[in-house]
Design a protein around this ligand. Structure first.
Ligand code: GLU
Length: 281
């Protein structure tokens, strides 16, 4: 059975861009009689707020997009808030570490930002990590660990990662694309990349529909699926909506892109859904 999901980060209110992605994810599932999962990606404590999570649930309900499993209704693969799933991530982290995929990195954010100008292979998460800590000896690691808590990075293998996106078509990323990426931050928080793969794997997700801003995360996630022995879902990356200035839809485009404001202004949910369906049709 097809299992799809919508996995918002509750770090802000939902706008019509997020609603478009949710609508397409929901339609893809409902078309096939599959199950639709709602998962709150609230791992990053300071940025995520319970009131935003509550607002997202309300906005989705207003739009008429229902879910079969989620933080409020539960389900067989819960909990559905990432903040309650840390032990799943710790377990996956230990498995990756034991299998030799990870290494500790002692570089500071400041060191790395100085490299930010290098555009080559740059992924949306920031500058490509140049591998400073990749080949440290055990003695060097022990010495550095005395003064700094490391983050942990995934050692990219030297191969091309290719997949077929249901919307964007064939995709191919050269060896080393984006650089070795962080799976656990120095503050102990697991990265989005690890958490999303562990959860989609554990929740039996077979189809991932999400914004095209995450397209370049997909090769990293495919490597994590492989390293953890999990089946790789199908991917469909939805084009983002842009404002009249040609920039990605965001707060600067005014309050009327926010769903709750549209609702308060008396706009009908059918009108929002209809407009989105027209835009993506
Ligand atoms: N939580 C991510 C976001 O809101 C989406 C994750 C995903 O769909 O893979 O941008």
């Amino acid at each position: 059975m097809l299992r799809g999901r919508f996995a918002p980060t509750p770090s802000g209110a939902m706008h019509i861009g997020n609603a478009g992605t949710a609508l397409l994810a929901w339609l893809a599932v409902r078309n096939e009689g599959g199950a639709f999962i709602l998962r709150m990606e609230d791992l990053d404590g300071p940025r995520s707020k319970p009131q935003y999570a509550a607002g997202i649930l309300e906005d989705l309900q207003w739009l008429g997009l229902d879910w079969d499993e989620g933080p409020d209704v539960g389900g067989p693969y819960g909990p559905y808030n990432q903040s309650e799933r840390r032990e799943w991530y710790e377990d996956a982290f230990r498995r990756l570490e034991r299998a030799g995929w990870l290494y500790p990195c002692f570089c500071s954010r400041k060191d790395l930002l100085q490299l930010a100008s290098a555009p080559h292979g740059r992924a949306s998460e920031g500058p490509v990590y140049p591998g400073f800590c990749r080949e440290l000896s055990e003695a060097e690691r022990a010495e550095k660990a005395r003064v700094k808590t490391p983050s942990f990075r995934f050692r990219l293998p030297e191969r091309t990662i290719a997949f077929r996106d249901l919307i964007m078509g064939e995709q191919s990323f050269p060896p080393g694309f984006g650089g070795d990426f962080v799976v656990k931050r120095a503050d102990g928080i697991m990265s989005y990349q690890l958490a999303v793969v562990v959860d989609d794997g554990a929740m039996g997700v077979t189809q991932v529909v999400r914004g095209s801003d995450l397209l370049d995360s997909t090769p990293r996630q495919i490597l994590l699926y492989e390293a953890l022995g999990l089946p790789i879902p199908q991917f469909a990356h939805v084009p983002l909506l842009f404002g009249p200035d040609g920039k990605r839809l965001a707060k600067r485009h005014g309050s009327m892109i926010g769903l709750s404001n549209l609702r308060k202004a008396g706009v009908k949910p059918e009108a929002v859904v209809g407009t989105l369906a027209y835009l993506y049709g």
